[in-house]
Design a protein around this ligand. Structure first.
Ligand code: C5P
Length: 249
């Protein structure tokens, strides 16, 4: 850890109460695993586009004060329409995303309010998140500075070599699937992005950037239903989850 990073960690602000929190909704991916030319963010689940569902959840979460969306440059107008149709009043900016997830997050971060104390980073494609789950993760972060939605895994996970050969079986009791939102104290997150970019450290989730900085991250148990829409099978699963939730209400 360099002296500047040490200074940031030394001054980290903790809050026991709600404080100004900005959601960064990352929706600028290429949707390669979904197939087709359109972005998966505009595919419908239960008749409502994936990104609209995500935005509505963050709009309804009590802890979220503003929403910034990163999307593909060619999708900006569609996102504007979706925001207007769904009356997402917390939205403050729609920005063109970057070449990878970290760059999209960094570009979104450049547009948050000066009042922001915490950021809630979220996959646009994780559209079944519930507002109460978002609030739980935010409240944990206000206490701990860095908290992520997570769920214990049910499968056994093995490390497998290039030839399909099993190398190692991991202890399932210690394994959690990490979801979004991931909520961080703002100066920690900014420092983590700077270090990740400088080191060209590869990441698939934001909290690993804080781990790379040497900072502890806490998990908040959330539903297994908080899936990320990635492949066509996920759309079928999401429809089934919604139907079951509606039946249970
Ligand atoms: O690729 P992955 O599934 O990890 O993407 C997670 C989220 O990050 C998706 O919602 C995707 O739209 C977003 N993303 C982004 N900018 C990129 C790549 C991914 O906003 N360049």
């Amino acid at each position: 850890m360099n002296p500047v990073e040490k200074q940031i960690l030394g001054k980290v602000f903790r809050s026991k109460q709600k404080t100004f929190t900005s959601a960064l909704i990352l929706a600028a991916g290429s949707s390669t695993r979904m197939g087709g030319s359109d972005s998966k963010q505009f595919l419908c689940v239960g008749g409502i586009p994936v990104l609209a569902r995500t935005l509505l959840a963050y709009q309804r979460a009590e802890c979220i004060d503003e929403i910034v969306v990163a999307t593909r440059i060619e999708d900006i107008q569609r996102v504007e329409k979706l925001v207007a149709d769904c009356n997402i009043t917390k939205l403050t900016a729609i920005v063109a995303g970057g070449v990878d997830r970290v760059e999209s997050a960094h570009l979104a971060l450049d547009h948050i309010s000066p009042k922001t104390r915490f950021v809630a980073v979220a996959d646009g494609a994780r559209c079944l998140i519930r507002p109460d789950e978002i609030d739980r993760v935010c409240r944990a972060a206000y206490q701990k500075n860095a908290a992520v939605a997570a769920c214990p895994i049910v499968d056994t996970v093995k490390r497998v070599g290039a030839l399909g050969n099993v190398r190692e079986t991991l202890n399932r009791n210690e394994l959690w699937a990490i979801q979004t939102p991931q909520v961080f104290q703002i100066s920690l997150y900014a420092a983590a992005i700077t270090r990740t970019e400088a080191d060209e450290f590869p990441v698939t989730d934001d909290s690993s950037m804080l781990e790379h900085l040497g900072y502890g991250v806490y998990t908040v148990p959330c539903s297994r239903n908080n899936i990320k829409i990635t492949t066509p099978e996920d759309l079928i699963l999401a429809e089934a989850i919604l139907a079951a939730e509606e039946k249970a209400e």
